[in-house]
Design a protein around this ligand. Structure first.
Ligand code: VGL
Ligand code: ZN
Length: 203
């Protein structure tokens, strides 16, 4: 069985959102076009409590972009985003949510971030997505969404580590690009790790 994994297609990652990904809304049409071709569609939501440790506002004297240590991991501090239950955490209103079979929420533990849909950044706790996919005999996943250089990348790398066959639809991803080229370097990392990178699924 093949599964489509739609990563963090949420309002706060759209232009005008709290943590905007340039051209982030371009992934919505790509996702909607893919959904009907899959028997199983999983969508992730970044789903933080307001006291989350990845928010600069929760660390006195620190600013967005500073890097701190969070449970032994390097943590970039972000603007507050995707706070549980807020409009910013909702899926983009044009996303075909009726086509989504399962939602995985991540980043719920205030003490550790979770870029990957599978594990927190310290690799201590599973989100349950691995078990969900295994129970449905998923061997292959296609991944797209936001952002190429964070949640898409770590989701794809974990999926490869778990032994899944991973395809990343590059045209359905956009990068934050805090440093120019971060998105392209993330794609290189995914390719080097064994992900197949494609620009269309139609070839
Ligand atoms: C993400 C930064 C912080 C992402 C989530 O979805 O790529 N990036 N939280
Ligand atoms: Zn986040």
């Amino acid at each position: 069985m093949d599964a489509l994994i739609l990563v963090d297609i949420q309002n706060d990652f759209m232009p005008g959102g709290a943590l905007p990904v340039p051209d982030g809304d371009a992934v919505v049409a790509a996702a909607n076009a893919l959904i009907p071709g899959f028997g199983l569609v999983v969508a992730t939501q970044d789903w933080h409590p307001s006291d989350h440790g990845s928010f600069a506002v929760n660390h006195e004297g620190y600013e967005v972009g500073d890097v701190i240590d969070l449970v032994g991991e390097q943590q970039i501090l972000w603007p507050a985003h995707c706070v549980q239950g807020t409009p910013g955490a909702s899926f983009h209103s044009a996303l075909d949510v009726a086509g989504i079979d399962h939602v995985t929420r991540k980043g719920t533990d205030p003490g550790v971030d979770s870029y990957s849909a599978f594990f927190d950044n310290a690799h201590r706790r599973s989100t349950g997505l691995e078990d969900f996919l295994r129970a449905r005999d998923v061997g292959r996943v296609v991944i797209c969404g936001l952002a190429t250089d964070y949640c898409v990348k770590f989701t794809a790398l974990d999926a490869v580590d778990l032994g899944l066959d991973v395809t990343v639809l590059v045209s359905g991803c956009r990068a934050v690009n805090i440093a120019p080229g971060d998105g392209d370097r993330a794609l290189d990392e995914m390719r080097d790790a064994g992900c197949r990178l494609v620009r269309t699924l139609l070839t």
